[in-house]
Design a protein around this ligand. Structure first.
Ligand code: ATP
Ligand code: MN
Length: 479
């Protein structure tokens, strides 16, 4: 018999019909007369209940139905007596597809810590929490494509191996086929990358933006969505060494258009989650509530998880310049009481504590900070008339900090070249990028959204290691 997914079955009212489901056993409760099996197949967070008339089954088969085992069940669909579920299956036949030793299976039917589950990431997708997160990850990835497709953007596949460092700031993973013990050397004793696979130094990409700009100045509106690598040795709850980034780039857009696109995009994604991920979000909302209850009253979030998502969709983002933000911070209680760990002064890079104060305490909503000092931003951002700031924008989210970073791009060739030189980037490595400014130049703007930062926000999880199936972080690349 053809297998039917539990997600479909739970909507069915074809009582009395015969169905086959396949999945993994979550729990089994039994006495001499009857056994109840909770089966999950990953299609939905809810389990289907299998009712087994014990005396009419082979004892050995029932014994092998243990937590973690994979089974196929054929039986009659019946209306459920118990509360909380609509249908269940009265089993006629149970086929053990894969046994699971209950003594050794690491996932017991009890609550496990997230830290423990990270150590068994190969199995954690079989829990409610992680299956919900992975289904939502899929839904969000689909929504990203839908948003841009509906607006006529072209999905541009920018390279993963690159010879350029988009930010001009180290922290890259080298890609090489040279012998690590005895690499060929040049006359002056340096590694001779001319003999390497690509005939030059190459790395894993830290951003698809520069190539994205080439696409935008040909196709008008593009976006990239791909793996991104940063060898920053910062063990935070918001950084991965391998993450996914979405980078739209739009010809003729200026900073204001860029801000509008970012706000529309984020609201669309959160709304999509609210509309399409109801069961998983309700589960994660309840989970969030339980986690909050473990914290002291003063540290608890003001809003529940779902309330927070609804709030973000329903309110305009606050737009503030960096200069005004510094003034707000200097005028703040924590600053005056010396409670910030890092200094606040015009020209500094804002720390997470500052960003979170602005978003969570001062404005109490998402904030788009603009017009940063040029010293702390990348060379390609458009310089303003004031000679001090660039047309940059960071979108800051509650509980996350920076979720998007972007800018209008410098379109004046001379300014771009001299700024690149100032930060130590050799013009000759960028000849192809600079050609956009030489031939058919136009204003354009774009940004990067870290997919896992978005996932943190929509799932209410607090560690970025828990919103990607197999996290890559310093000292950790198992699985
Ligand atoms: P941060 O200041 O948080 O380290 P960034 O300013 O270095 O981020 P950008 O270069 O602006 O990041 O990248 C664009 C977006 O990519 C960021 O807004 C963030 O959402 C995401 N991002 C950047 N670095 C990481 C990382 N190591 N892991 C996960 N997401 C990241
Ligand atoms: Mn940034």
């Amino acid at each position: 018999m053809a297998r039917i997914k539990i997600k479909e079955l739970l909507k069915s009212t074809a009582y009395g019909s015969e169905v086959t489901v396949k999945g993994w056993v979550r729990t089994k409760r039994e006495n001499k007369a009857v056994a109840f099996i909770a089966l999950n197949d990953g299609s939905i967070i809810t389990n289907i209940q299998i009712v087994v008339d014990v005396p009419s089954f082979d004892e050995d088969t029932i014994k092998l139905v243990t937590t973690g085992a994979c089974i196929a069940v054929t039986g009659t669909l019946i209306q459920s007596q118990g509360k909380g579920q609509t249908v269940e299956i009265q089993a006629k036949n149970i086929n053990i597809l894969g046994v699971s030793d209950p003594e050794k299976y690491p996932l017991q039917p009890k609550e496990h810590s997230l830290e423990f589950l990270r150590e068994i990431a190969h199995l954690r997708m079989r829990t409610n929490t992680f299956s919900a997160i992975m289904r939502m990850r899929h839904a969000m990835a689909f929504a990203v494509h839908k948003f841009f497709n509906d607006r006529g953007f072209v999905y541009l596949h920018t390279p993963i191996i690159t010879g350029s460092d988009a930010e001009g700031a180290g922290e890259m993973f080298r890609v090489t086929t040279l012998d690590p013990i005895k690499p060929p050397l040049t006359e002056d004793g340096k590694v001779d990358y001319k003999q390497d696979f690509f005939g030059r130094e190459s790395n894993l990409t830290v951003s698809g933006q520069l190539e994205g700009e080439l696409g935008a100045t040909a196709l008008g509106e593009i976006y990239t969505f791909g793996p991104t690598f940063r060898a920053e040795n910062s063990n935070t709850t918001r950084h991965l060494a391998e993450f996914w980034m979405i980078e739209p780039e739009v010809a003729f857009n200026e900073l204001e258009d860029n801000m509008q696109l970012a706000e529309d995009f984020l609201k669309y994604l959160v709304n999509y989650a609210l509309e399409h991920c109801k069961e998983d979000l309700e589960f994660l909302d309840a989970r969030f509530k339980k986690e909050e209850e473990k914290k002291p009253q003063a540290e608890r979030a003001e809003l529940g998880h779902l309330e927070k998502l609804q709030f973000v969709v329903g309110h305009p983002f606050e737009k503030v310049t960096y200069t005004d933000a510094i003034a707000i911070l200097k005028d703040s209680k924590p600053f005056k009481k010396g409670q910030f760990k890092y200094p606040v002064d015009w020209g500094i890079d804002l720390q997470s504590e500052h960003e979170r104060f602005l978003v969570e305490k001062h404005f109490k909503k998402p904030v788009i900070l603009t017009d940063y000092p040029k010293q702390i931003k990348a060379f390609y951002m458009k310089q303003s008339e004031d000679g001090k700031t660039v047309r940059a924008m960071d979108v800051l989210f509650p509980g996350i900090g920076e979720i998007i970073g972007g800018s209008q791009r410098e379109d004046v060739l001379d300014k771009l070249v001299s700024r690149a030189a100032e930060v130590g980037i050799d013009e000759k490595h960028l000849w192809w990028y600079l050609d956009t400014r030489r031939f058919g130049n136009c204003p354009h703007a774009g940004f990067g959204l870290g997919f896992e930062r978005l996932m943190l926000f929509v799932t209410g999880m607090s560690n970025i290691r828990d919103v990607i199936p197999f996290p890559r972080t310093p000292q950790s690349a198992e699985f």
